[in-house]
Design a binder for this molecule. Structure first.
Ligand SMILES: Nc1ncnc2c1ncn2[C@@H]1O[C@H](COP(=O)(O)OP(=O)(O)OP(=O)(O)O)[C@@H](O)[C@H]1O
Ligand SMILES: [Mg+2]
Length: 276
């Protein structure tokens, strides 16, 4: 008993130190049972604390990265601003897209920094047309890709959504980029189509993002919305869907993978804001 209580005290002084976990004796009596139970509890606690510490470190690292990345992007933005004065029509065509893309990246870094300080802004919702936003998503991913990936919209011009523009852009970009990667994963010769369909009904909008790629692997399905766990893709981090689902949830909506025979279909349901 004395050994037990001394160990509890010793472990309690620094539960992150795994060498302080009790080493159970071979005793078959109740003290032996208590020792083994204590060992397993101490292991769990120690693991939990370690994980918490790592997450905090990770959070800080993300903030540092966002901070410096923002400064680098701001430099790139200054340089690209000068492009607008070049009269070449090709430059005139892509410069505004480049600037918009950099703008978006800078805002995103700012939002990440706010998140790191625990003050992620609530969605800044506005009522807007969905179709132009889908155009921005396609531009950002270089879609359609000639002879390789088609981009088909089944969305009426007047369908509106009540959402944060940047958030919805990120949600749809994540889904569309997964679809691109799924199609490309079939080999250099692979062809495919990404289709976006949307419908407004009873104060909510449903959006379906589908592709005719290989479908979501079974192993990925089980942890689809868990950070770092779902990725079955080389170079993937397994964060895209987690982020998308969180952003949808912040709008009071849902994101799901539907059962389909071929390819993958993700369904977003976005309710309008409650009228106050
Ligand atoms: N449209 C899709 N078709 C097939 N598999 C998909 C599709 N969308 C997602 N997946 C699977 O789900 C996994 C998780 O997707 P998620 O976007 O969360 O992470 P990721 O794409 O691997 O990495 P990243 O964090 O860079 O987005 C993918 O690795 C892939 O296996
Ligand atoms: Mg992804």
């Amino acid at each position: 008993m004395m050994r037990l209580s001394q160990n509890i005290q010793h472990f309690g002084e620094n539960p992150e130190d795994k060498s302080r976990i009790i080493v159970p004796s071979e005793r078959g009596d109740e003290i032996g049972v208590a020792e083994r139970e204590l060992e397993s509890m101490q292991r769990e606690l120690s693991q939990f604390l370690l994980q918490r510490k790592r997450l905090a470190q990770l959070g800080l690292a993300v903030s540092k990265i966002s901070h410096d990345l923002r400064n680098m992007l701001a430099n790139a933005q200054l340089i690209s601003d000068r492009l607008t004065s070049v009269s070449d029509p090709r430059v005139q065509q892509f410069a505004p897209k480049l600037i918009a893309s950099l703008d978006r990246a800078i805002n995103f870094c700012n939002d990440s920094l706010k998140f790191g300080r625990g003050q992620e802004s609530e969605p800044r919702r506005e009522i807007m047309k969905l179709k132009p936003l889908l155009g921005e998503v396609a531009d950002g991913l270089g879609l359609p890709r000639d002879g390789q990936i088609a981009w088909a919209l089944d969305v009426d011009d007047d369908v509106t959504v009540d959402a944060d523009h940047e958030h919805l852009f990120r949600i749809l970009s994540n889904l569309a980029s997964n679809a691109v990667q799924a199609i490309e994963s079939q080999g250099a010769e692979a062809r495919g189509e990404i289709k976006v369909k949307a419908q407004r009904e009873d104060g909510r909008v449903s959006i379906w993002v589908s592709d005719d790629g290989p479908g979501v692997p079974k192993a990925a399905r089980e942890n689809l919305f868990k950070a770092f766990q779902s990725s079955r893709r080389k170079g993937g981090t397994g964060l895209g869907l987690v982020i998308a689902a969180e952003l949808v949830a912040a709008h009071g909506g849902t994101l799901e993978l539907l059962d389909t025979e071929k390819g993958a279909t993700f369904q977003i349901e976005l309710p309008d804001r409650m009228v106050k």
